[in-house]
Unconditional design. Structure first.
Length: 187
């Protein structure tokens, strides 16, 4: 029953998110970028993991540009080549060679010299499809971020979701593998 409900929420929220105007997307990006920059400054974070927006997610382009201007290290997720449903985080610079992964999402070409171990990240900004006020996130369903965030309280980074206001639901049906986030910034 939970699986059906989660799929229904994913479909509904993705449809709502897809109907946001360019202006709504831009305003959300500006708001979330400012919230993220405030947190990064507060925590004196240097190593920040982000993602390339996909399927109506809040754009991270302005945040990435701002971080580069502040000489922060930006990392993007890459599908792990040997461990299914896991992510690696690779340094991302303006000249980083990119490729489309199996989900048609841009990621850096794998270069082991650019991999940063999870425990060296300061903040990991995550995409999500839906969230609730308890900090639960619902992703696309592959479990990539759930595996990455397991036991994050024992690691050096904090996970923060980035979302549009329309992605909030009253209560998400959760599973034992779901990992609540430290915070969610809403634009």
């Amino acid at each position: 029953m939970n699986i059906q409900k989660r799929q229904q929420i994913r479909a509904e929220i993705r449809k709502i998110r897809a109907n946001l105007t360019a202006l709504q997307q831009s305003q959300a990006e500006q708001s979330v970028t400012q919230q993220a920059l405030n947190l990064i400054e507060q925590r004196q974070a240097q190593n920040i993991a982000l993602y390339f927006s996909f399927d109506g997610e809040i754009s991270t382009k302005a945040l990435i540009q701002s971080l580069w201007m502040q000489n922060k290290n930006v990392y993007l997720p890459v599908l792990h080549p040997f461990t299914k449903y896991h992510l690696l985080f690779l340094r991302y610079l303006p000249d980083t060679p990119m490729k489309l992964n199996q989900f048609a999402i841009w990621e850096p070409k794998l270069n082991v010299q650019n991999v940063l171990p999870l425990n060296e990240l300061d903040i990991l900004f995550t995409p999500l499809v839906a969230f609730d006020k308890q900090g639960n996130r619902l992703g696309m369903g592959g479990g990539f971020y759930d595996r990455t965030l397991q036991n994050w309280q024992n690691k050096s980074f904090i996970p923060v979701g980035l979302a549009h206001q329309c992605q909030q639901v009253e209560n998400l049906p959760t599973e034992h593998w779901d990992v609540p986030l430290f915070d969610i910034f809403v634009g």
